[in-house]
Design a protein around this ligand. Structure first.
Ligand code: AMP
Length: 143
């Protein structure tokens, strides 16, 4: 199974904010949409960074309630690691494990196509394992 299979099911919607969006506004969006991260976009089509719930927790632990007034540009991770639609689920799991993060934007030739989370990846891997065991069982029964 590949990243493109995940995207064909969940679609390509990516929630984004601008570099000036405050931490309070980001927390509100993450809570309301039940998501774990937003991409920070510059000039609508350039990924400037990513802010995940971890960044919000770190900001609050460092600045207390003053963190709520900080802007995305002050708390985001700038070097965003991305994946490609042709990457396998195993490759993506490896990237997330090595990088110690749970969100990967999907980019092809500079175009943002979607975002996969660790939840999407685990779900896809479980489905793949179920198909494999069903196929094995059918093979044994047929034999
Ligand atoms: P997460 O596990 O996704 O909540 O993120 C943990 C940390 O990694 C946070 O500081 C995020 O800003 C950062 N992060 C999340 N996703 C990525 C990514 N695709 N590339 C680089 N950093 C990331």
């Amino acid at each position: 199974m590949f990243v493109s299979d995940i995207l064909s099911r969940k679609g390509g919607l990516v929630y984004t904010v601008t570099p000036g969006t405050t931490v309070a506004q980001i927390a509100q969006q993450l809570g309301a949409r039940r998501i774990g991260s937003v991409l920070v976009m510059e000039d609508t089509d350039k990924v400037a960074g990513i802010v995940s719930e971890r960044d919000l927790v770190c900001a609050v632990s460092r600045h207390g309630t003053a963190a709520l007034d900080l802007e995305a540009r002050q708390v985001m991770t700038r070097d965003v690691v991305t994946c490609h639609p042709d990457d396998s689920i195993d490759q993506v799991m490896q990237t997330m494990t090595t990088g110690r993060f749970r969100h990967l934007p999907v980019v092809d030739r500079g175009e943002l196509l979607g975002l996969v989370s660790i939840g999407d990846v685990v779900k896809a891997r479980l489905e793949e394992a179920r198909h494999e065991s069903d196929a094995l069982r059918a093979y044994i029964v047929a034999g």
